[in-house]
Write a protein that binds this ligand. Structure first.
Ligand SMILES: C[S@@+](CC[C@H](N)C(=O)[O-])C[C@H]1O[C@@H](n2cnc3c(N)ncnc32)[C@H](O)[C@@H]1O
Length: 569
């Protein structure tokens, strides 16, 4: 059992965090050394590696420690300014109030709302969450209309396409070839398309099954898209989406993309009706009564649940669903698959104090404030994961693949595709806590060089910690599109890029295409962004020589791809 005992002191204390992961010039591989990397790259706020915030879990000095001697006074002054700016982030967590997240049904009384503390600083306007601008849709509303339709092909986004009297409908909970009654959930007479749910299936597909999850279905939880589909049927849908996106956005057939047309199952094939419990990170929403659930599709409404079937056993055993979370807006549960580490990250409702949390297992607890800053409440500020022969520290807010087998699967696909050689130089872009950088570094050896770029400061601190023993790895903190042109690197042997859902974009792809890499591995979680960027790579003289797709998000529309590109000769 874990209780988030209020922190005793007002801040983390001790020695300073690690400074730069590599000495200037240390990774200057011959092919990069024509214009060496800047000795002190800065992140987008002007911090250098030396002025980055200390690493949680390591100790920090009570007083600011003097930065290492600066080469020039202005840089030193800028660092000092940044250190001052960063100070509020390291503020001590407030004392937790006397409230308790008791098991639901124990009748915990709601304490009175707490007002703003005297002297507390109100966030500036820019820091307050933006209010969505609600546009009044034109035309007459069609929500609630029911149309009998023939369901057409699956589309990117977890729905199928149907038509009714010339109007396009995106229908969820349907399957291609089915005849269904579609209930319109969004749209008007002037909308380009309508959104709808299949509420009655008149002619079912052979891939349809009874959804194993009682919270899945029209108007219910938005977490899974394909609960009503056999595992094989889900992978066929994903393959159809990838085929369509490649054709539409890259002008490529599966053959031209060097893809065998399959989405590979991960973690063994399951019989229809069995749900893989793969989700090692679950973001729960909390309703007005303090009950947890998951968000409904395209809605802030909460679908109360008593269990999420795709949650990993390590998440389920925390017993999150059986507690009263009054005063809390959201609960994120993380169960490491590489260690016994468990972490729960709570976001209190505005103006509410954090309740005292009791869970069914030993768990680290953190709090996120109104400005999205993390505060340690109890235990560690990170979880430890295992992959590619290494232990990885992943701090709060840092990226780690959710499926327990994803890191190994993707590292294997990347290394197989790139076939790194001893002494080669490599870039790991959008490197997170350093997963691919670490795997590449082992292969290229100390004669080689690996540069990782990542914009998240804490992820960078984790990556530097995780790869501290590898002298030929350097991690820099900034946006790829900002830093890469400033590194002075004009060529490299290998590139891995694993961008967020939006992809890398035209300018970054153009820059990467100019680096004369022998091979590029593109790890993609969005098939549309991948296809668009493959078209940009073609403009830059690169073509896919292999493409693989992995079902790393079973029961949902999502999947992961690894494309290996080579220069067109
Ligand atoms: C899909 S994750 C990949 C992380 C890592 N490769 C892994 O597998 O664990 C994308 C990462 O890119 C970072 N990121 C997002 N936008 C970025 C940008 N413009 N420049 C650099 N990093 C960025 C995110 O913080 C995140 O860590």
């Amino acid at each position: 059992m874990t209780r988030n005992n209020p922190p005793r002191s007002s801040g983390r204390q001790g020695r300073p965090g690690r400074t730069s992961g590599a000495k200037p010039g240390q990774v200057a591989h011959p092919r990069w050394s024509s214009r060496p990397a800047r000795p002190e790259a800065t992140d987008r706020e002007g911090n250098t590696a030396r002025s980055l915030p200390p690493v949680p879990g390591e100790q920090r000095p009570e007083k600011p420690v003097k930065a290492a001697p600066a080469k020039n006074a202005p840089a030193k002054a800028a660092r000092a300014k940044n250190a001052t700016k960063a100070a509020p982030k390291d503020k001590a967590p407030e004392q937790a109030g006397p409230k308790q997240a008791a098991p639901r049904g124990e009748g915990a009384k709601k304490p009175a709302r707490q007002g703003r503390k005297p002297g507390a600083v109100r966030p500036t306007k820019a820091l307050r969450p933006a209010q969505p601008v609600m546009r009044q849709p034109s035309g007459d509303p069609l929500v609630g209309e029911r149309y009998e339709v023939e369901v057409g092909p699956v589309a990117h986004g977890g729905h199928c396409v149907a038509r009714h009297e010339g109007r396009v409908l995106f229908v969820r909970h349907a399957l291609p070839g089915e005849r269904v009654v579609a209930l319109v959930t969004e749209g008007t007479t002037t909308s380009r398309f309508l959104r709808a749910d299949a509420v009655e299936v008149l002619d079912p597909s052979k891939d349809r099954i009874e959804a194993p999850c009682p919270f899945s279905g029209p108007g219910k939880c938005g977490g899974c898209d394909w609960q009503h589909v056999t595992p094989g049927g889900q992978r066929k849908l994903k393959a159809a989406v990838l085929t369509e996106q490649l054709a539409k956005l890259a002008g490529l057939t599966p053959e031209e993309a060097r893809w065998d047309g399959s989405v590979e199952p991960v973690g063994g094939k399951l019989p229809a009706g069995e749900v893989p419990a793969w989700r090692t990170r679950v973001q729960y929403a909390v309703d007005e009564e303090g009950g947890v659930g998951l968000r409904k599709h395209r809605s802030h409404d909460v679908q109360p649940i008593d269990r999420c079937l795709i949650a990993a056993p390590g998440v389920t055993e925390l017993g999150i669903e059986s507690r009263d979370w009054t005063g809390v807006a959201s609960v994120e549960a993380i169960a490491s698959s590489g260690s016994s580490d468990r972490q729960v990250i709570l976001r209190p409702r505005t103006g509410e104090q954090l309740p005292l949390v009791e869970l069914d297992r030993e768990t680290s607890i953190a709090r996120i404030d109104d400005q999205d800053l993390f505060h340690r409440v109890h235990g560690r500020t990170f979880v430890r994961e295992r992959a590619a022969g290494r232990t990885w520290r992943v701090s709060e807010g840092g990226f780690w693949q959710i499926h327990p087998e994803a890191p190994e699967t993707l590292v294997d696909a990347v290394l197989t595709g790139l076939d790194p050689q001893w002494g080669e130089s490599a870039l790991d872009l959008y490197c997170g806590v350093g997963l691919f950088a670490g795997a590449l570094a082992e292969r290229v050896g100390e004669e080689g060089a690996v540069l990782g770029i990542e914009s998240g400061k804490q992820a960078v601190a984790d990556a530097r910690h995780n790869l501290a023993a590898l002298e030929h790895v350097r991690i820099e903190c900034d946006k790829v599109e900002t830093l890469l042109p400033r590194t002075g690197i004009t060529s490299t042997d290998l590139i891995v890029l694993d961008p967020p859902r939006a992809g890398a974009g035209r300018d970054t792809v153009a820059h990467l295409s100019s680096l004369e890499a022998r091979r590029i591995a593109y790890v993609a979680c969005d098939p549309a962004a991948l296809a668009r960027d493959l078209a940009f790579f073609r403009e830059g003289g690169y073509r896919p020589v292999s493409l693989r797709a992995f079902d790393l998000f079973p029961m949902t529309q999502h999947f992961e791809c690894v494309a290996i590109l080579e220069p067109v000769r």
